[in-house]
Design a protein around this ligand. Sequence first.
Ligand code: URA
Length: 205
Amino acid sequence: MNLTVIDHPLTRHYLTILRDKRTDAQAFRAAARGLTYTLVHEATLRVPYDAFDVETPLEMAKGHRIRNVVAVPVLRAGLGMLDAVLEMIPDVKVGFAGVARNEETALPQEYYAKLPDLSDAYVIICEPMLATGGSLSWAVDKVKSSGAKTITAICVVACPEGVDRMRQDHPDVQVIAASLDRGLNDRAYILPGLGDMGDRLFGTT
Ligand code: URA
């Protein structure tokens, strides 16, 4: 598994707003969107595209159109990254993967999955918190079973435990994150992290 941690002032700016416990849900959603733009920029560096000629008002020029991108937000926190993906990637298709963390075991439990055929797709999984790696590993299993071969995960915060798990389970997947944090606490929350991403996005704290 290949990990890229984005080192960009805008990424750090938005991540700081997300980390700050005083940030309310509305500002949190806006910052999640802003940060996701910077992750999508990196995640689409190797996206497939068609080349064709386009006529400018003056003469012909080379044109490019990207194709076959499917985004898969991992419910529910991944929804906080979806708007930015929809805005940035024309014609993107969206599949959904619903997994809840069992609060006692911290293991992922599937509750919903709706994926298109992914055999020719460039898949971008939106999983904001790469904590134990259980949810992301499960989501990658899911997209692979729908035919996906080229898979990138975008994460707001990752930690060494999740990265190790992904290296073990899915060495072929590219992971892009805004930060590699210190590690997990005894409840499998990332430290320093930003708390519960889903709760903070949707005001359910
Ligand atoms: N999920 C979250 O929302 N936050 C964490 O720190 C870990 C998992």
